[in-house]
Design a binder for this molecule. Structure first.
Ligand code: DPP
Ligand code: ZN
Length: 871
């Protein structure tokens, strides 16, 4: 397979002005007829070029005609994914008929069956599995789509836009949809099935009436209200905060069970993984409720940031994804807790994106090349991309940022553009030169900021000295200093913020040099600096805080994010010390400073319980791994468990008091305050269960039996299932399965709970579960619940020194490579990190990568990740 390079981009030689599609859906095959009104692109540089259409190898071409004249096989060439026609008129009508087989499509790209319904996934390059087309995002066309199918079995026929015509004949019926907004093929969608829907009217700010419809299988109809509420909130928010209104008469969401991603923003017809749309108190945890809210908003926001203004090519993916993640994060921050949302996002970034950025697949927010674009729907493009947009927001301030966003939408409505166009709009409204800032888009790797300080009492001057260190990445490119906003506050000896510039207590230092110093005058005593407030840039921060200073920041910092982060740093330092002790065979002993600090937070009734829960949550094993030079999974697990148990022992009465006090008093609602209380209550229970005491087991079992919602039940389930009380663990798992056997998403949670059970012997349990009726290798949600969870969240078992975990994963990847390349490629992630382990494990992991490499014909997806990992 060949790499594709950004530098080779060329404008399309032809344009498609109108696309008319007719789908005849039948059991053994689907016939797709397309009629494309095309013309030479006036902006294309050279003389008449051949017409190049994309079409997957699986496409059966039945007919190809230009201006009504059928082409002979000698009139075109088919090679790999390209079909080229040497000569075409300056403008013409191309007709094409293909035959496809959705029934056997296990890749879940293009048109496929999910359960009994037809659906599509065309981003990034799925449309070429439906028909021959210029399947590139800079070719935008209006679409008219007719879907024809058996009426009894597929009563609902949907596509993008508005329905304009329908009819039926002899048991079959058809509906024609028209989408007036030009769009690239990746935003095309079709659904046919036996679906029901809920509907709500929505009036836009300017008074247009829109019908909002969410479709699901009849059994799930009672789980759609939360998604509908979220959609309405998102639409209102986008009007208020960005001045963006919806533009069609109908907005549809369809829930499907088999889906590679979370959801897809097809114009007017979003298709969602059921896991990102269905919600009910009895089946859905608070975390999943919030995910539904966030994803519904994300896909809705794409209607402007992605659909009305789209990407010129796939290297620009972060143009829509980074911006839209930033938008959905701000939405969630506005309607829930801003600090908690920030903590969650930064946790994901620092745990998983930093690891990606330090691994063999590291790439810039705007990659320079790819072999398979599906491999670049990454944390870097999404999450780091959102951080880059957030930095622009920080540098410009909210008003100018909004003006920049308005200008961007105004300039580029209906166009396919680049990340550079986005930055240009921000430059135009602010008058700032963002040339250096653009390096965030082209340089991979996570910068480290090394900060030192000094204070001179005589002159009352305090100085910060900052050095930015830019890591080497696989592209071997030279790294130039970045433009980094560093938000800073200075705490006086009482813990109060010092007034800095013009009375502000937080200032944004702009770092542009490799080394730079910043002076603060009139500082009466040596302050404690609060650095990188709100995590103002996606960097690793190094500053030699004493443990006392961290405790001080935990107690006093006015920046909620940094209060939490100080606690995390303290816990990390202590656990790293314990890991070293564990390796040396020394007795472990917990620093009383952590106990005291946690006790103070636990007793503070004035704090938001959600914040208390966050502060008291120990850094995860995955985060400790990311921070390790060489990952010692056993030491990490032992040290972290030791700290948990010691904290529980020391704080047992306080934990119990808060656990009891937080007992629910009213019916379940996914409201911020209830979510906060449940999160702290479950955290208290998890510490108590670390004591392995029968009294707490009784408590957990009582919660499991007595609660009215999945958040409490699932928390109790996993605590009991992971405990040493084996009889009770088996009993509660059995009970849970019996209760929820018919709720696919809950059964997936049941699989996940077992997959991350750290007790020895996990691999055998996973293998047994693969044979269980609840498992299906063709369903990505199930693969993720069982296999990905095991490999990513059960380090002690997956990294077992025997290498059996690695061999197991390699077997699954080899199987999945044939069935579903996108999912197979994602499964590879843990193996790509082999350089971070000891030599013995490195050898075992590399051996499995080589075995995959030699296992036969690899998809582009798997080939790219395996070969880059071994490089
Ligand atoms: N559906 C995916 C997302 O919204 C890809 N566009 O991020
Ligand atoms: Zn997106």
């Amino acid at each position: 397979p060949q790499a594709i390079y950004l530098k080779d981009y060329q404008v399309p030689a032809y344009l498609v002005d109108a696309t008319t599609l007719r789908f005849e859906l039948a059991d053994d095959q689907t016939r797709v007829r397309s009629t494309l009104t095309m013309r030479r692109n006036p902006d294309a540089p050279s003389a008449p070029a051949p017409l190049e259409l994309h079409g997957h190898e699986s496409l059966e071409l039945c007919r190809l005609a230009i201006d009504g004249q059928d082409l002979a096989a000698t009139d075109y060439q088919r090679e790999g994914e390209l079909l080229s026609i040497a000569e075409v008129p300056a403008s013409f009508v191309l007709e094409c008929t293909t035959r496809i087989h959705p029934q056997t499509n296990t890749a879940l790209e293009g048109l496929y069956l999910s359960g009994g319904m037809y659906c599509t996934q065309c981003e990034a390059e799925g449309f070429r599995r439906i028909t021959f087309y210029m399947d590139r995002p800079d070719v935008m066309s209006v679409f008219t789509t007719t879907v024809e199918a058996d009426k009894a079995r597929f009563p609902v026929l949907l596509s993008n836009g508005n329905p304009v015509d329908s009819g039926e004949q002899g048991g079959r019926h058809w509906v024609t949809w028209e989408d007036p907004f030009p769009k690239p093929a990746y935003l095309f969608a079709l659904v046919a099935g036996d679906l029901q829907h809920i509907e709500r009217p929505y009036k836009t700010a300017s008074g247009r009436e829109v019908a909002l419809r969410i479709f699901a299988e009849p059994k799930d109809l009672d789980k759609l209200d939360h998604a509908m509420d979220s959609l309405v909130n998102a639409m209102r928010w986008d009007e208020d905060v960005y001045g963006r209104e919806y533009d069609l008469d109908i907005y549809m969401i369809v829930a499907v069970d088999f889906f590679n991603m979370g959801a897809m923003e097809n114009k007017g017809l979003n298709i969602f993984n059921t896991s990102c749309v269905l919600a009910s108190p009895q089946t859905t945890t608070d975390a999943a409720y919030q995910r539904v809210e966030g994803v519904v908003a994300h896909e809705y926001f794409h209607n402007w940031s992605g659909n009305r203004v789209t990407c010129r090519d796939w290297f620009q993916l972060s143009l829509k994804e980074g911006f839209t993640v930033f938008r959905d994060a701000e939405f969630s921050a506005d309607i829930n807790s801003r600090t908690v949302k920030r903590i969650e996002d930064v946790t994901l970034l620092r745990t998983a994106q930093f690891a990606e950025d330090a691994g063999p697949m590291a790439h810039p927010v705007r990659p320079a090349s790819y072999i398979e674009i599906s491999n670049f729907y990454t944390l870097t493009v999404y999450e780091k991309g959102a951080e880059v947009v957030r930095m622009l927001h920080t540098l410009l301030g909210p008003e100018l940022f909004r003006q920049g966003s308005d200008l961007y939408f105004e300039r580029h409505d209906g166009q396919a553009v680049t990340t550079d166009d986005f930055v240009c709009a921000m430059e135009a409204v602010s008058g700032r030169d963002l040339t250096q800032f653009r390096r965030w888009y082209s340089q991979a790797g996570t910068p480290t900021l090394r900060v030192t300080d000094d204070y001179d009492a005589a002159t009352q001057r305090y100085r910060l000295h900052v050095e930015q260190l830019l890591p080497q990445t696989p592209d071997k490119l030279e790294k130039l200093p970045l433009h980094i906003p560093l938000s800073v506050g200075l705490l006086d000896e009482r813990g109060a913020d010092t007034e800095l510039d013009g009375g502000a207590t937080t200032v944004v230092l702009e770092l542009t040099e490799q080394r730079q110093s910043f002076a603060f005058e009139g500082i009466k005593a040596r302050p404690v600096p609060s650095l990188l407030r709100g995590f103002s840039a996606p960097v690793r921060l190094q500053y030699a805080y004493s443990r006392d200073a961290l405790v001080f920041l935990m107690r006093h910092d006015s920046d909620g994010f940094n209060r939490w982060d100080a606690g995390q740093q303290l816990a990390v330092e202590i656990m790293q010390g314990l890991m070293a002790d564990y390796r040396q065979g020394r007795a472990l002993q917990l620093d009383q400073a952590l106990v005291d600090a946690y006790a103070a937070v636990l007793d503070d009734e004035t704090l938001d319980p959600a914040m208390v829960a966050k502060v008291l949550s120990l850094p995860s094993e995955a985060y400790l791994s990311e921070l390790s030079e060489c990952i010692d999974v056993d030491a990490i697990h032992a040290a972290r468990n030791f700290v948990r148990a010691e904290l529980a022992r020391a704080l047992e009465p306080a934990l119990l008091r808060r656990y009891e006090a937080l007992a629910p008093r009213c019916d379940y609602a996914p409201s911020a305050d209830q979510v906060a209380q449940r999160s702290l209550r479950n955290l208290c229970l998890s510490y108590l269960m670390a004591l392995e005491a029968p009294a707490h087991l009784v408590r957990a079992r009582a919660q499991y039996d007595g609660c009215d919602n999945m958040t409490e039940r699932q928390a109790a389930l996993s605590l009991i299932a992971h405990s040493g009380f084996e009889v009770d663990a088996a009993a509660v798992l059995e009970d849970f399965y019996q209760r929820y056997e018919n709720e696919t998403l809950v059964v997936n949670q049941w699989l996940a709970v077992q997959a991350c059970d750290p007790k020895p012997g996990a691999l055998a349990r996973i293998q047994a579960l693969m044979e269980h009726a609840a498992f299906d290798l063709r369903n990505p949600n199930k693969v993720r619940s069982l296999i990905s969870t095991f490999c990513a969240m059960n380090a002690v078992n997956f990294h077992d020194a025997s290498g059996a975990g690695y061999a197991f994963l390699a077997d699954r990847i080899i199987e999945m490579n044939r069935l579903n390349p996108q999912v197979a490629s994602r499964l590879l992630t843990p193996l790509t990190r082999w350089r971070k382990y000891d030599e013995a494990r490195q050898a075992l992991m590399q051996a499995q990568l080589r075995r995959i490499q030699g296992s036969g014909e690899l998809s582009r997806d798997v080939y790219e990740v395996v070969s880059k990992s071994l490089n």
